[in-house]
Design a protein around this ligand. Structure first.
Ligand code: ADP
Ligand code: TRP
Length: 323
């Protein structure tokens, strides 16, 4: 299908159970964007292999991440949803980029330096990770790459790979731009710090009613007595209302200021509003079978491969391996 839309590609490593912060900060902004482009969403299973060596878990994570995205609203007919390992051109092109960039250049990678600084063993895959990611992006003549702030450097690496290749072998790749996805706010977790799976302070996106309720009830509060005004600037529950309670926010603001709501009632309202957002997603997720998702990914891989293999014909010719 010929499209006049610009190409968009992003990749995701499955990194465990999603929380509502991930949804507001990454998934929702992606969903608002992808239909304006000719979009590909890639599950980066070969990238995940740099840290995960458990076949069952890797396979499970791949299906889960695809389910998560479909459940929150990604329409697989409106984007190519595929996994990296189904398109071997990615690893093939990564080799070629590895032959163009220097070791000191790759050593500047934050992701690599962080691992080394933590004393963790860095495998060679982790070291060359940015060149596999550059291949993911450049194979599809991608214009826009929506990512979180932490991935900005990786997109710079992709531009550098494109430019090095073009200089050495003639114009072949376009230089992509990052599009940093941000929610209007960083959601606080139940302890008031940034919500993060590493802090054990999350509200799960696909949790049961009871799990969501329990997480919200854990949110820290101060000891302001009932009947006294509550501070909308500092209250964690209120910060979450600004994301989940749009329809009630004017009323809640008044009631906070007038001292006419207590923390318990405020939390009850928050639970209701979170549940009304996530219940349909949860139901959609439960209705998706593994086989259905396998088929979607397989078909996506076939469509992606048509684009990638055409590009590789050009690449092979340009570097001189077509004799
Ligand atoms: P975690 O901190 O739970 O490990 P990740 O680092 O895997 O989350 O984040 C994946 C994406 O989700 C990030 O790029 C970011 O955009 C978004 N995100 C994570 N936590 C939050 C949060 N508390 N508020 C808003 N967005 C978030
Ligand atoms: N490195 C990205 C992350 O950890 C995942 C990723 C792999 C990616 N390939 C990509 C993101 C290509 C954007 C484009 O989040």
């Amino acid at each position: 299908m010929l499209s006049s839309k610009k190409r968009l590609l992003t990749g995701i490593q499955s990194s465990g159970v999603l929380h509502v912060g991930n949804y507001m900060g990454a998934l929702k902004p992606f969903l608002e964007l992808y239909e304006d482009y000719d979009s590909l969403l890639m599950i980066a299973d070969y990238h995940a292999l740099t840290s995960l060596k458990n076949p069952k878990e890797l396979a499970r994570n791949t299906l889960d991440v695809a389910k998560d995205y479909i459940a929150v609203g990604l329409d697989p007919k409106k984007a190519i949803l595929f996994k990296q390992s189904d398109v071997p051109e990615h690893t093939e092109l990564a080799w070629i980029f590895n032959c163009l960039v220097t070791v000191p250049f790759l050593m500047q990678s934050h992701a690599y330096k962080d691992k080394v600084a933590k004393g963790l063993e860095a495998n060679a895959g982790l070291f060359t990770y940015p060149m596999l990611m550059a291949s993911d992006i450049l194979l599809y003549d991608t214009a826009v790459v929506p990512v979180g702030e932490d991935q900005r450097q990786h997109i710079e690496y992709a531009r550098e790979a494109a430019s090095k290749f073009n200089t050495a072998f003639g114009q072949t790749f376009i230089e992509p731009k990052e599009r940093i996805l941000e929610s209007s706010a960083t959601l606080p977790g139940t302890d008031g710090k940034k919500m993060s799976k590493s802090y054990n302070n999350t509200i799960p996106l696909f949790g049961t009613d009871d799990e969501v309720r329990a997480a919200v009830m854990k949110i820290v509060t101060d000891s302001t007595p009932a009947g006294t005004p509550l501070n909308t600037e500092t209250d964690v529950t209120f910060a979450l209302h600004t994301q989940f309670s749009q329809n009630d926010i004017a009323d809640l603001t008044n009631r906070y200021r007038e001292g006419n709501i207590g923390y318990k009632e405020s939390k009850d309202i928050l639970v209701q509003n979170i549940l009304s957002l996530i219940t349909p997603m949860r139901e959609k997720r439960e209705a998706l079978s593994d086989d259905e998702v396998r088929n979607i990914i397989k078909e996506g891989g076939e469509r992606a491969r048509v684009i990638a293999s055409a590009k590789m014909i050009e690449v092979r010719k340009n570097i001189g391996v077509t004799v």
